[in-house]
Design a protein around this ligand. Sequence first.
Ligand SMILES: [Zn+2]
Length: 401
Amino acid sequence: MTVWDDLVGQEKVSEQLAAAARDADALVTAASAGTAPPEASSMTHAWLFTGPPGAGRIRTARAFAAALQCVSPDRALGGVPGCGFCDGCHTVLVGTHADVSTVAAVGAEILVKDMRDTVRKSYTAPATGRWQVILVEDAERLNEKSANAVLKAVEEPAPRTVWLLCAPSLEDVLPTIRSRCRHLNLRTPSVDAVADMLVRREGVEPAVAAAAARATQGHVDRARRLATDPAARERRAAVLKLPLRVQDVGGCLKAAQELVDAAAEDAKQLAEERDGKETDELKAAMGAVQGGRMPRGTAGVMKDLEEMQKRRRTRTQRDSLDVALSDLTAFYRDVLALQLGSRIALSNVDAEDTLERLARAGTPESTLRRIEAIAACGVALDRNVPPLLAVEAMTMALRAG
Ligand SMILES: [Zn+2]
């Protein structure tokens, strides 16, 4: 399996990136041999990956980063860099390559202090002599200060530095930054392409793969999680019962509370897995003495870490709620399709009885109103309305009538 096999339904983009990786490799080879670089090259120092959620912006950028660091001997024989198993590819894919840095928002914004070290690194030569790669996972979350730091670095790049920026759309990135990037737009992969990937790469049963792909409508990561993680399937089943539970005010409030609690629990579990280990590592790195007492002058660093972990917990809870909202939206879209007699494939074939019941009980107008209420909940969460308040407003609006 090469790194390119990770890209689902993105043939055109894969071809362009593979060509650039080949040219990038020729540049490195020429430089180390002391010969003149090739005249034409499709390699460039800044790339912008856009596309709808779940299409695989970050996965694509990471595959490209791996190909840039690929040291497989096959390259010399005309093979495409990005073998997937050499030391270069492997360390990039697991996140330990010394010359690949990742920047991701831990809260609503990427703060300049969170990326100061990375920006500094972008001005230096790569340790392995290939490429210094900086991957910004959510460039739409750069704030004014951090965007300016990126802009300066992209304007005056070190010879071997490559910036890979990911964002939902072009409009999410400052015009001054995007004008310096080569732009690649990913499309939503087809349900069949996602199902095929789940079977081939994850070894999922074809029927389970097809159901997960259909339910998540081309969102690759969610499809993978749904197909492979029983807890994700349970959470989804609970969310899809919600439309039947919002009959009265009591039911609405209870359903809202449970939805928010489930998201908080999801965030807590992920945090427990990561936070303790991170804190221990930092303590060890700063030389904690026996009994956990920290050396003088290190309190600020520990406080920064705690603050970052808190922001990340809020963000994870939000991401988990997002999954619930998108499951609910897909559910009501199915109800609407039945009401309109549309022939589009349903996302929730497994819940067809419930869908039909709700379709008969309401009108297309009332279903549209509910879909709007779910979207409004997402907007409220974006504006930092307390989650319970936003979700209660939504469940009340989902009520029959
Ligand atoms: Zn490789």
